[in-house]
Design a protein around this ligand. Structure first.
Ligand code: AMP
Length: 396
């Protein structure tokens, strides 16, 4: 449960004519100068529509990319254009996010209309969570709404800093994200299966440890596999491995045994000699990878094994690809899992990032119960960390 107030705790009388500063995550991908996926914009629409329908003056702020100072290629102008096509309310765009020109645009804003500010990361004060900058942003509005789940784990001026100066509420996307993730770990329909892939043990060990106490079965795949295999005495050739994490990997497996939790690894692996899509491959036992070869994707037996576990699950949480899915020849395992999950009757929750992009690439998004918009944020939430952006909101 979200223990914070959300926009739906505000009724028309609280919102009509009020200036509401909404931090959204419009950090959309571009291909050849065009927005290639506008899902981050559409995910924010429920909050924007709710505010406009209730007569608020909506001021939107977002980051885009990683600018170092003002960068014309990272202006939010194309985003404003796309937003205007998606909402029924008037949309204006500002060329800045603070300053007198923005202030006068805000004072001319009509109820039920939208002003999109310029990329907040054009100011280094944003990521530094500079109090003066946060105060300047806050001075534009009467209320603050956080709807950028993807940046909720960062204490920036427009995500957490601003909440010190004006009353702060969760947006509908943030509310939905927290409720799905929280429900999965505190009250899952069982059996609860988590599939954790990705490259490194070091970035996932905290979430693995946390999940161990709540799941029934844990499936581990991807580059992380080989540190665990080596820890158990297997031959991994030149597969990805973090030797410094072997001790932690062994400890993790012992803890799992003590808790009688099933931890399942790939049994077979597609291997190559070079880390390239064109490199010839073969399929071998994951504990017996020859010298000079490295694991790139799970093999057919592992796909079958993982599918069987998924098909018996009540809830599945998935974070991280099980192979180098960016290379077509080694994306089979990740897409097979995406397909099985899409066809499963379980509650299926995806923790954003690469697994979410694989699902979108396969056009399977609508077959999932929830796909998080924040890879890093959902991981930190699942680890049990408090997200600074959420912490700063008004308590219920
Ligand atoms: P993460 O950001 O930790 O979720 O890791 C995602 C990355 O893991 C992707 O870029 C994958 O290419 C990579 N990955 C998955 N499986 C392997 C593997 N067997 N070897 C190397 N990298 C992998």
């Amino acid at each position: 449960m979200l223990k914070k107030q959300s926009v739906t705790d505000l009724v028309r009388a609280d919102l009509e004519g009020k200036r509401v500063f909404v931090r959204v995550d419009f950090n959309v991908p571009f291909e050849n100068g065009q927005i290639s996926d506008d899902s981050r914009i559409s995910e924010a629409l429920p909050t924007i529509n709710y505010l406009c329908e209730n007569g608020a003056k909506v001021i939107l702020a977002s980051h885009l990319g990683r600018p170092k100072g003002i960068d014309d290629s990272l202006r939010l102008t194309p985003v404003a254009k796309r937003l205007a096509e998606l909402v029924q309310f008037p949309v204006q765009k500002a060329d800045e996010c603070v300053g007198s020109a923005v202030e006068s645009q805000v004072s001319g804003l009509a109820s039920g209309s939208i002003l999109l500010l310029e990329n907040v990361r054009f100011h280094k004060e944003e990521e530094a969570n500079d109090p003066a900058f946060a105060k300047q942003l806050a001075s534009l509005a009467d209320l603050f709404v956080l709807d950028a789940f993807g940046t909720a784990h960062r204490a920036h001026a427009s995500t957490a800093g601003i909440a010190h100066y004006i009353p702060a509420y969760a947006g509908l996307l943030v509310k939905k994200e927290i409720e799905f993730l929280d429900n999965a770990i505190s009250n899952p329909k069982r059996p609860f299966v988590a599939i954790i892939g990705g490259s490194k043990v070091s970035s996932k060990i905290d979430v693995l440890r946390k999940l161990l106490s709540v799941v029934d079965t844990l499936i581990i795949g991807g580059g992380m596999t080989f540190t665990f295999v080596k820890a158990q005495g297997g031959k991994i050739g030149n597969s990805l491995c973090e030797d410094s994490k072997i001790g932690e990997a062994l400890q993790f497996l012992e803890d799992a045994k003590k808790l009688s939790k099933k931890v399942i690894f790939p049994t077979d692996e597609v291997i190559t000699q070079d880390f390239s899509n064109e490199s010839p491959s073969q399929i071998v036992n994951v504990h017996n990878i020859p010298d000079g070869w490295g694991g790139m994707d799970i093999g057919p037996d592992s796909i079958e094994l993982f599918n069987d576990v998924i098909n018996g699950a009540g809830t599945v949480l998935w974070n991280g690809p099980v192979g180098v899915f960016e290379m077509d020849n080694f994306s089979k395992g990740t897409f097979a899992i995406a397909k099985t999950l899409a066809n499963s009757s379980a509650i299926t929750i995806v923790g954003g990032g690469d697994s979410a992009s694989a699902i979108r690439k396969a056009n399977l998004s609508e077959h999932f119960s929830h796909i998080s918009t924040g890879g890093g944020a959902s991981l930190e939430f699942l680890e049990g960390k408090e997200l600074p952006g959420i912490q700063a909101l008004k308590d219920k």
